[in-house]
Design a protein around this ligand. Structure first.
Ligand code: HEC
Length: 186
């Protein structure tokens, strides 16, 4: 009888093991849950953590957008909007919404990594009759990969709407320099 009322105590070495096991299962559950949420919301959190000459970067160093509370967008988002509408929208539809011919890239960028994006745009892709042309040799695309990625990432996260952004940050000198050298201008 005595034994039944006594608190259940495991031998010390087993108690430690059990605690570790509970901790491990708990940690595994947390990582499954947060992993699921992270995946649903996009591969990487798009929040900018730093900027380099007007280009914003997320915590993993990927290019990302910044939209101020008053709607002012970073230069890349604005530039990407313009480049997208001159080079991509004939197939992918206005504002990245997709067409009968090509997928909605605003959806693609909810999960597509920067590296995969650059790879597809530069080298193209083909699935049966569906062809994404390789655009890596087109300077109007190749010199603006980050702009395109950042604009479409902003669209994927609903940070900008289906219109030309009205207010934008200034183009930096560093950007102009890089752009001119990429485009072969002096
Ligand atoms: C001539 C039409 C055409 C043009 C122009 C075009 N695309 Fe595409 N793109 C496609 C098609 C079709 C696919 C789907 C290819 C497949 O099924 O594998 C595609 C696929 C993609 C994908 C992969 C989408 C995914 O969900 O996997 C990305 C990203 C993309 N295009 C970005 C761009 C960007 C950025 C531009 C402009 C610089 C552009 N495309 C210009 C036709 C085009």
């Amino acid at each position: 009888m005595e034994l039944l009322h006594a608190p259940v105590r495991l031998p010390p070495h087993l108690e430690g093991k059990l605690l570790r096991k509970i901790w491990f299962v708990g940690a595994a559950m947390i990582s499954v849950i947060s992993g699921g949420i992270a995946f649903a919301a996009g591969a990487v959190d798009p929040t900018p953590v730093k900027s380099e000459n007007g280009k914003y970067l997320d915590k993993e160093g990927n290019p990302t957008f910044k939209v101020a509370p008053d709607g002012t967008v970073d230069w890349y988002t604005y530039s990407g909007y313009r480049r997208y509408h001159s080079e991509c929208h004939v197939c992918h539809g206005p504002d990245g919404m997709g067409s009968t011919y090509a997928p909605a890239v605003t959806d693609s960028l909810k999960t597509m990594s920067y590296g995969d994006f650059v790879g597809v745009v530069a080298s193209g892709r083909k699935s049966g009759n569906s062809v994404m042309p390789a655009l890596g040799d087109n300077p109007n695309v190749a010199c603006y990969m980050d702009d395109l990625y950042i604009y479409l990432r902003a669209r994927a996260h609903d940070a900008v709407g289906r219109v030309r952004p009205a207010k934008k940050e200034d183009k930096t000198e560093a950007y102009t320099k890089e752009e001119n050298s990429c485009m072969g201008r002096k």
